[in-house]
Design a protein around this ligand. Structure first.
Ligand SMILES: [Zn+2]
Length: 287
């Protein structure tokens, strides 16, 4: 394995400081709530082309991806480029789309979660190519993924389902740039969707003892599911949607811990699932 010259890498990165900052602030300037990422996609695509990525494309879902190197195997660096909204503008003490910077911080909606990651990853791939740091047989894929935050439906993970199942891109390794306050973690908060069906027996209201009330059974299950669990390790406790420099918009634990279970007797047919939304052993990077 190649010996890394960290001082050289740091000094080359320092040389790009102004460009990376300008790139991030350009991304911040475009409101990019889920399903409205078009302008920020165009900004990233233009930056990748300016930096002479070997290939730049936008897939059918809207994910923007740039490749450096020519190996068959892929190391992907991922960042979702949609943001949550700004909530009440009066709660901000600066314009979240104008943003700000000083010698330590860049602030603005999406600056931390996760456009800052995409800015860093884009220039990291450029530096890896220029400094001959891409491992033999590999290429680096930098991907700005869409619709990770709350869409009309909660679409977390859909972007990578698409990349894996429809684009057919199957990286050997994925680095997520979800904010960790500068830490490097193996793994990140994920999620699981569980559907629970309970069955009852209907009866006349005058004689409830002849029936079996499914709502009562579900009530117990819900109360178990929302019972407190042990807290995560403090270093991993930052929520995806709560960048430290901006007001937070959080979902309550209950809203993501328990997916509503449709009634088995519901008369509304479920919409057909997108054909590519099949379970796949894809790397789970979005959070
Ligand atoms: Zn995030």
């Amino acid at each position: 394995m190649k010996e890394l010259d960290y001082d050289k890498i740091k000094s080359v990165a320092k040389g790009y400081e102004k460009d990376i900052t300008a790139f991030l602030r350009a991304m911040i300037s475009h409101p990019s709530e889920s399903c409205e990422e078009g302008e920020v996609v165009a900004t990233i695509k233009a930056e990748m082309e300016k930096l002479n990525f070997d290939e730049v494309k936008v897939d059918g879902l809207g994910n923007v991806m740039g490749f450096m190197g020519d190996g068959d195997k892929i190391i992907a660096i991922d960042g979702h480029i949609d943001t949550v909204g700004i909530g009440n503008r009066d709660n901000w003490d600066f314009d979240p789309y104008e943003g700000f910077e000083d010698d330590q911080l860049i602030g603005g909606r999406g600056g931390s979660d996760q456009e800052g990651g995409v800015a860093s990853a884009t220039y990291a791939a450029k530096m890896m190519k220029d400094m001959d740091l891409i491992p033999e047989g590999y290429k680096i894929m930098v991907v700005g993924t869409v619709q990770e935050e709350d869409c009309e439906e909660d679409c977390d993970g859909m972007c990578w389902q698409y990349i894996y199942n429809v684009d057919g891109i199957k990286p050997e390794f994925v680095i997520s740039t979800e904010p960790t306050d500068g830490g490097i973690y193996r793994g990140h908060r994920g999620r699981m969707e569980i559907r629970v069906d309970v069955k009852g027996v209907s009866c006349h209201g005058s004689a409830p003892e002849r029936g079996d009330n499914a709502i009562y059974k579900m009530a117990d299950i819900i109360s178990d599911a929302t019972a407190p669990t042990s807290p995560p390790p403090s270093r991993a406790s930052s929520r995806c949607s709560t960048p430290s420099t901006t007001p937070s918009t959080t979902r309550t634990p209950a809203s993501w811990a328990v997916a509503p279970a449709p009634s088995p007797r519901s008369s509304t047919p479920a919409p057909p699932a997108a054909p590519w939304l099949t379970p796949a052993p894809s790397p789970s990077t979005a959070a």
